[in-house]
Design a binder for this molecule. Structure first.
Ligand SMILES: *Cc1c(COP(=O)(O)O)cnc(C)c1O
Length: 475
């Protein structure tokens, strides 16, 4: 496919306007550019066709299945896009006087109330821009909480199955991570936790369901062990897709939880697009929330800054507002019963896939999973096949690959998350393709090793792409 510069022809224009009668002005030569801007010159149909073609080269959730484990790539209902394009939302300015943006403030306030209800916690900030940013915000609040109590706790426990952002957030917030090993069932080793949880430890970051897709059945025991030693417990809530409407982290004793609005609540993400990682906390942590909070009195909404122990602002203005509009729309459309249906279908879909494929691929932790499950390509090693080859071969069938090589405690991991928005036909097609690939690994391994064959680009040198990133085009 040609780049937009290659189809450019000097003098071609993408618009047509009648001449104007506005007098010209003389610009001081020192402000004038010395060379022309070298912008591509194309007609309107050319530019539209160019970008429509480009959008088709990439994989996206509107095109086909996207079972990227831990990422919750669910369908984004188009009504979300309608509401966030409404002028009253899209065109407001964050510095407008409060009385002119009451609707926007009300939306943020109500979204916060819904989210607090979903997890049963007392207070919330919508400000963080992503899950990792929510983790950082909450663990910074932990730090301020202990500083306020004159306690010099230095460590945070992080399970070995945790998302890489967890230890990173611990470091960024001024603590040091200590790894908490999983037991033979892939769950928190409670005895080990008892041993490691000392009064030098500020708390624990737990993911539930964990990144193996397994529900931490001892969550309540875990939170009390940490609390008994004066520590705090954080829930990495990126996996809320399995809990919605079924159980609430506040009831399990968590002190703080982040949401990934761009995962659980449908906003499209990937490629570093805008997200939102609100953080809900218990009463004891609420004095440390970022400012401003959105408060309501009678029917008026205001931005509240008077929080002397706040960790401060963590994002410009109030966070990624239009992501909140999408999440709010999604919640209003879904309703109470819909929330529960999301989790039930997500769990059913994941188990359907894992149970259908467990004889073809290796399943290290055989218990039933929640919204995602982790298979392994370990049994294909005899044929010289790696999980990466399976992932690349899937692309030939127009399917996105699952997350691979994570979590780290499963070798050759294939982490599959179908989400609730997929039909049984799609799940069956994915299962059939995975079975076919399994057969190919035995009968025709070369086809896997040289995959993908039918994509716009073949197998890329991923190390080189990272080390020698080139994002500009040169003649
Ligand atoms: C996605 C994810 C995160 C990080 O969220 P971002 O919005 O990508 O920063 C953290 N933990 C888990 C378990 C996740 O799946």
């Amino acid at each position: 496919m040609e780049t937009i510069r290659e189809i450019s022809k000097p003098g071609r224009k993408g618009y047509s306007l009648p001449g104007h009668d506005i007098p010209g002005v003389d610009i001081d030569p020192k402000w004038k550019r010395k060379r022309s801007a070298e912008l591509p010159e194309v007609s309107e149909p050319q530019i539209i066709r160019h970008f429509v073609t480009l959008s088709g080269l990439n994989h996206h959730v509107d095109k086909d299945f996207y079972p990227l484990g831990s990422c919750t790539m669910k369908y984004n209902p188009k009504i979300n896009e309608e509401t966030c394009r409404m002028k009253g939302f899209a065109m407001v300015h964050p510095l407008q006087p409060e009385h002119t943006v009451q609707g926007a403030l009300q939306l943020m306030y109500e979204l916060g109330e819904y989210l607090k209800n979903i997890v049963n916690l007392d207070a919330i900030t919508l400000q963080p821009a992503a899950g990792a940013h929510g983790e950082f915000t909450a663990i910074s609040m932990f730090r301020t909480y202990f500083r306020n109590k004159n306690e010099a706790r230095q460590y945070i426990l992080v399970p070995d199955s945790a998302h890489g952002t967890n230890p990173a957030s611990v470091n960024f917030s001024g603590f040091k991570p200590i790894t908490l090993p999983s037991n033979e069932h892939g769950l928190v080793d409670v005895e080990k936790l008892r041993e490691l949880m000392t009064d030098e430890v500020a708390g624990l970051m737990l993911t539930n369901p964990n990144t193996l897709g397994l529900f931490e059945k001892s969550a309540q025991e875990v939170t009390s062990i940490v609390h008994d030693k004066g520590g705090l417990v954080y829930l990495d809530g990126a996996n809320l897709n399995a809990l919605l409407g079924i159980c609430r982290p506040g009831d399990m004793g968590f002190d703080a939880v982040h949401f990934n609005l761009h995962k659980t609540f449908s906003t499209p993400h990937g490629g570093g697009g805008p997200g939102a990682g609100p953080v809900a906390v218990t009463k004891i942590l609420s004095p440390f929330l970022p400012v401003p909070l959105i408060v309501r009195s009678d029917d008026t909404y205001t931005l509240f800054y008077d929080l002397p122990h706040s960790v401060g602002k963590v994002q410009t203005f109030y966070g990624n507002f239009l992501v909140m509009v999408r999440a709010y729309t999604f919640l209003r459309m879904i309703g109470d019963q819909g929330l529960k249906d999301i989790s039930k279908s997500a769990i059913l879909n994941a188990n359907y896939i894992i149970q259908s494929l467990k004889d073809d691929y290796y399943l290290k932790y055989p218990s039933f999973c929640m919204h995602e499950g982790v298979l392994s390509g370990k049994n294909l090693r005899d044929h010289g096949i790696k999980t990466l080859d399976v992932a690349k071969r899937l692309l030939d069938f127009g399917l996105h690959a699952p997350t691979v090589y994570f979590p780290l405690i499963v070798s050759e991991a294939l982490m599959i998350e179908p989400t609730e928005s997929e039909s049984i036909e799609t799940l069956d097609r994915f299962i059939a393709v995975m079975k076919q690939i399994r057969t190919e690994a035995e009968k025709d391994p070369e086809i896997l090793k040289t995959a993908p064959h039918d994509t716009p680009v073949r197998r890329l040198d991923e190390v080189k792409a990272i080390k020698e990133l080139k994002v500009t085009w040169k003649t």
